[in-house]
Design a protein around this ligand. Structure first.
Ligand SMILES: Cc1cc2nc3c(=O)[nH]c(=O)nc-3n(C[C@H](O)[C@H](O)[C@H](O)COP(=O)(O)O)c2cc1C
Length: 186
């Protein structure tokens, strides 16, 4: 074993590049977020860590709703722009065309292949960031990016964030819940 200690850092090595949508004073705002994941299966929940200073945080607090939008690699410029520009100083409401769903106050980016509409279940103040856990009200997917009732990663072509860069998904390495069947006890 040859390990180096990298120190306590919150880096998962592999993270999704998403857009958090929230209405701030009635206007859609989109913020890039990589610190996001699934929180619960039943009821379905996702979560995202949002720094207190973000304009987006104001909108989530104001409405108790937000969206997670999955951009495709071809939206890299818009995605990164939303991560280097604050809605406090620039109007980001036209970067994506917005639509609203069941909750009526969580703007979703129509151009992103998958949109997850959430109502805040819990907001956990962790320090610099608040972890917003959202109960999923609905998932919207472009028709050609859905297969058997689920988002189809090969069609979505999502962005992965790691080491200050965006990456694209490579080839499938194997089937989950079955590759392990080949394990031979030592
Ligand atoms: C790739 C990338 C990932 C980011 N991930 C997060 C994140 O998970 N949480 C967060 O609070 N800020 C994150 N940021 C920073 C915000 O997106 C950035 O500060 C943005 O300008 C905030 O916009 P707002 O002030 O309009 O909300 C990320 C930025 C980039 C470029």
């Amino acid at each position: 074993m040859d390990k180096v200690q990298l120190g306590p850092q919150p880096y998962m090595s592999v993270m999704p590049a998403l857009l958090v949508g929230a209405n701030v004073k009635g206007k859609p705002n989109y913020m890039t977020a990589a610190w996001a994941t699934v929180a619960c299966m039943a009821p379905p929940m996702v979560c995202v860590a949002v720094n207190h200073a973000r304009h987006t945080a104001k909108g989530i607090e104001e409405n108790g709703t937000f969206s997670l939008n999955v951009p495709s690699a071809k939206q890299i410029v818009e995605t990164d722009y939303c991560g280097i520009t604050t809605g406090a100083r620039a109007d980001k409401s036209k970067v994506f065309e917005s639509f609203y769903g069941k909750l009526e106050t969580a703007p979703m980016a129509a151009g992103c292949p998958v949109n997850i509409e959430c109502r805040v279940f819990k907001a956990v103040d962790c320090g610099s960031h608040t972890l917003y856990i959202g109960e999923v009200a609905e998932v919207y997917a472009d028709r050609d990016c859905a297969k058997d009732g689920k988002p189809d990663i090969s069609k979505i072509d999502p962005l992965v964030y790691s080491q200050s860069a965006y990456w694209q998904i490579g080839k499938q390495a194997g089937k989950a819940f079955s590759a392990g069947m080949a394990y031979k006890k030592k």
